[in-house]
Write a protein that binds this ligand. Structure first.
Ligand code: ADP
Ligand code: MG
Length: 286
């Protein structure tokens, strides 16, 4: 009877907004005890808006935004879209960059107008001994720094919003005995701001993409059955390391190609549906 049960669950899954790419992992979903979520684009909408721009030395806002947007046009990160939209709304023109390079989990860099431009996290500044002052103090905002020829020239604060469905999902997981954690490359303050709204069991911030994967493996080594949910290129190694890799449908192709299950509607509540459906489907086959 098993194949019939499975066939039924697959069509049920399709109507529930789940795309199951790997049946064996879906079957294992009934045993999960921990779900780890990426922050940006997974628990939050991943739609950043610029809320503040600060400039240093003799640079002005127009220059800072123009250089930053010139590079961000090439990036797939949700932060990039926020900066590019802002430049367009302000009618700030951008030049074509050369030697564009993304520094995974840290930012981007390239040449614009014969200047070496980097748009990076505070972590990157700290580990590369780049001095900065900053006065931006927007609760929950992600701040990226614009570096021109190795001098910090400006800071851009961007705000994202928590998905209301994320809160429901974490609550429902708790009710069925599953712990929820968040893993993010963003800074601790932003992570806490998001975490406090969601009642998560655990928060880990300022992790690089390969560290996300080690974190998942560490959980498994402690005997946990772990699902990882994410949307970005930077989440792919962690998705691959988990017992169940879950990609957000609105996310990057790389995440979707790596995942065992895709949430077509990009709704975190569907993580709960996967587990319920797996439990209901496979309990008959024990
Ligand atoms: P998350 O885990 O929240 O998806 P990432 O690992 O993608 O975060 O990024 C971590 C940090 O690296 C960001 O908060 C930002 O400071 C910096 N960063 C990543 N990509 C970019 C980009 N395209 N432009 C500017 N900063 C970036
Ligand atoms: Mg993300």
């Amino acid at each position: 009877a098993a194949p019939l049960v499975v066939a039924k669950s697959t069509s049920l899954a399709a109507t529930n907004g789940l795309l199951i790419r790997k049946r064996a992992s879906f079957e294992e979903a009934r045993k999960l005890d921990t779900v780890i979520f990426d922050k940006t684009g997974t628990l939050t909408k991943g739609e950043f808006g610029v809320v503040q721009v600060e400039t240093f030395a003799n640079w002005n806002e127009q220059q800072i935004i123009s250089y930053a947007a010139a590079l961000e046009v090439q990036s797939e990160h949700p932060i990039a879209q926020g900066i590019v939209n802002y430049a367009q709304n302000q009618e700030i023109s951008t030049k074509q960059p050369t030697d564009f390079e993304s520094i995974t989990g840290k930012g981007i860099q390239g040449n614009v107008d014969n200047k070496y431009i980097q748009v990076v996290s505070r972590n990157y500044l700290d580990s590369n001994n780049l001095d900065y002052q900053h006065s931006i103090n927007q609760e929950g905002a992600t701040v990226v720094y614009v570096v021109i020829d190795k001098q910090v020239a400006g800071a851009i604060a961007l705000a994202d919003q928590v998905k209301p469905s994320a809160k429901e999902a974490i609550q429902s997981l708790k009710q069925i005995g599953i712990a929820s954690s968040m893993l993010t490359g963003d800074n601790q303050k932003v992570a806490n701001w998001v975490g406090n709204q969601l009642n998560l069991d655990h928060i880990t911030a300022e992790v690089l993409p390969d560290q996300k994967a080690s974190y998942v493996k560490e959980y498994k080594n402690r005997g946990k059955k772990v699902a990882m949910t994410g949307d970005g290129i930077n989440d792919a190694p962690a998705l691959a390391s988990a017992d169940l890799g879950i990609a957000i449908g609105a996310g990057t192709d790389v995440a979707m190609e790596t995942a065992d299950v895709i949430l077509v509607e990009s709704d975190p509540n569907d993580v709960v549906h996967i587990i319920r459906l797996s439990r209901a489907t496979y309990k008959k086959m024990m």
